[in-house]
Design a protein around this ligand. Structure first.
Ligand code: UDX
Ligand code: ADP
Length: 463
């Protein structure tokens, strides 16, 4: 079976970049990305390709090559479903904020709505691909909805988790470590797997395309993210010990990373991991383990999140204690708000929690981030529901000039590792700050030695 038309439901951080690369690499396949959010689709269609809603290095070039040729963005969800042979589901699956599993289980309502819509609209056989990260056995739920509410057409469900990391999405999509496709072990299931393998084989070597059963594929995605997050929490746990003992966490990370069994990646101590996936996926894992009565397994993984929360709180506490136990009325400049560099995504960013803690201590925060808007920053804080929106607005300001943001501040906190921070005129920043001038480098990106020579009191993580 050769795929001619693909529909992707959800034009977010996963659906948008993934479909753009599929369209670029498979000019003979028509790819339509649909979303209920009209403003988001309008930005994807903006005549100026620089205005697409997601910032990712290299993405606007891919979009401008394929858009209008075989890549389309639309709000007409039904038409795109009806025409497609293969439908990717890339909608958001936030953590539940109500009812059973609140704060832990994935909220599958958007997935279920998609499945019901696909069942209602489809008049021909379709392959439905789970792209969003989902708890194990979600495919079963989707299948049950499709088989029981459809028009008698046949559906095959595949799990094809996305491993791209934000900030390097295009590179990760063009040169993936592996593509994982899970499906039914029946003949029909295998044919569906083969059809998706052929799509990726347009640019990915076949030996990097792994096929498994559905449940292995679903669980592998959660496991990959849990392992990565665990490494960050492990090094962050050690960073606290380093600060007490005089060891330097960067030296420890380098020394252990050269052991080929450990490897050097994901050992960068930080103010804490963020992003839409790590916490959510571990919570999913914990919830599933608990549901099966596996309490030791659940507790083991939950500790990764407990450590991460501790690391964020510890960073805020350190600012307060270093600033003579009070930040009340003091200006603290934040460099960075995104959860990592090279993205405008702020979901679960450590900056949100650190800002919240400091505002509780009556600090006045001034933020500069090269890609994040003021509206987003305020909406992130309001989402925490710690205080009313007016109070948030009075406690935080956002400037588009880093020097202005740092001017007259008592301390600078680096929350995101944007490269440009290294190139600033730190002498100028120092001269315009209150003294003593503190820098709390939550990413260990600045040259601590040079900053100390200028006169700053520099505090990195884990040293
Ligand atoms: C992650 C996975 O890497 C990706 O495979 C999956 O598809 C989605 O989730 P992402 O969240 O986009 O990707 O970014 P990632 O690079 O994994 O970083 C996650 C968080 O960990 C960031 O806040 C980052 O700053 C932090 N981090 C990462 C560290 O603090 N130290 C490290 O050494 C690595
Ligand atoms: P991710 O990081 O997983 O891509 P995003 O929140 O960035 O998550 O994107 C998910 C997108 O899915 C959002 O733009 C949202 O509007 C869209 N969406 C959610 N449910 C539906 C639906 N039933 N039909 C179409 N689009 C949907």
């Amino acid at each position: 079976m050769k795929i001619k038309k693909i529909c992707c439901i959800g034009a977010g951080y996963v659906g948008g970049p993934t479909m753009s690369v599929i369209a670029q690499k498979c000019p003979e396949i028509q790819v339509t990305v649909v979303d209920l959010n009209e403003a988001r689709i309008a930005s994807w269609n903006d005549a100026d390709v620089k205005n697409i809603p997601i910032y990712e290095p290299g993405l606007s070039e891919v979009v401008s090559e394929a858009r209008g040729r075989n890549l389309f963005f639309s709000t007409d969800v039904e038409k795109a479903i009806d025409e497609a042979d293969m439908i990717f589901i890339s909608v958001n699956t936030p953590t539940k904020t109500y009812g059973a599993g609140k704060g832990m289980a994935a909220d599958l309502k958007y997935i279920e709505l998609c499945a019901r819509q696909i069942a209602r609209v489809s008049k021909s056989d379709k392959i439905v691909v789970e792209k969003s990260t989902l708890p194990v056995r979600t495919a079963e739920a989707i299948k049950s909805i499709l088989d029981n509410t459809g028009n008698g057409v046949r559906f095959q469900i595949l799990s094809n988790p996305e491993f791209l990391a934000e900030g390097t999405a295009v590179e990760d999509l063009l040169n993936p470590d592996r593509i994982l496709i899970g499906g039914d072990t029946t003949d029909e299931g295998q044919k569906a797997i083969e059809a998706l393998v052929e799509v990726y084989a347009n640019w990915v070597p076949k030996d990097k395309i792994l096929t498994t059963n559905l449940w292995s594929s679903e669980l592998s995605k959660l496991t990959a993210n849990a392992f990565l997050a665990q490494r960050v929490s492990s090094i962050n746990a050690l960073s606290e010990l380093c600060e007490k003992t005089g060891a330097d966490v960067s030296e420890v990370a380098k020394a252990i990373g050269m052991d080929s069994r450990i490897g050097s990646k994901f050992l960068k101590a930080s103010v804490g991991f963020g992003g839409s996936c790590f916490q959510k996926d571990i919570l999913n894992l914990v919830y599933i383990a608990k549901a099966y009565g596996l309490h030791e397994v659940a507790d083991y993984w939950e500790q990764v999140i407990i450590m991460n929360d501790h690391q964020k709180r510890r960073f805020a506490n350190k600012i307060v204690s270093t600033l003579y136990n009070t930040v009340s009325g003091k200006k603290i400049a934040f460099l960075g708000w995104a959860f990592k560099k090279d993205t405008n995504d702020t979901r679960e960013s450590a900056a949100i929690y650190v800002a919240n803690d400091l505002i509780n201590e009556q600090a006045s925060i001034c933020v500069f981030d090269p890609k994040v808007s003021e509206t987003q920053i305020l909406s992130d804080l309001n989402y925490l529901n710690s205080r009313n929106p007016d109070e948030n607005r009075n406690s935080i300001s956002v400037l588009d000039n880093p020097y202005e943001a740092c001017k007259d501040s008592h301390a600078i906190a680096v929350l995101t590792e944007w490269d440009e921070f290294k190139t600033y005129d730190w002498e100028k920043i120092y001269n315009e700050m209150q003294k003593p001038a503190f820098v709390f480098d939550g990413r260990n990106v600045l040259d601590g030695k040079k900053l100390t020579e200028i006169g700053f009191i520099y505090k990195g993580i884990g040293a």
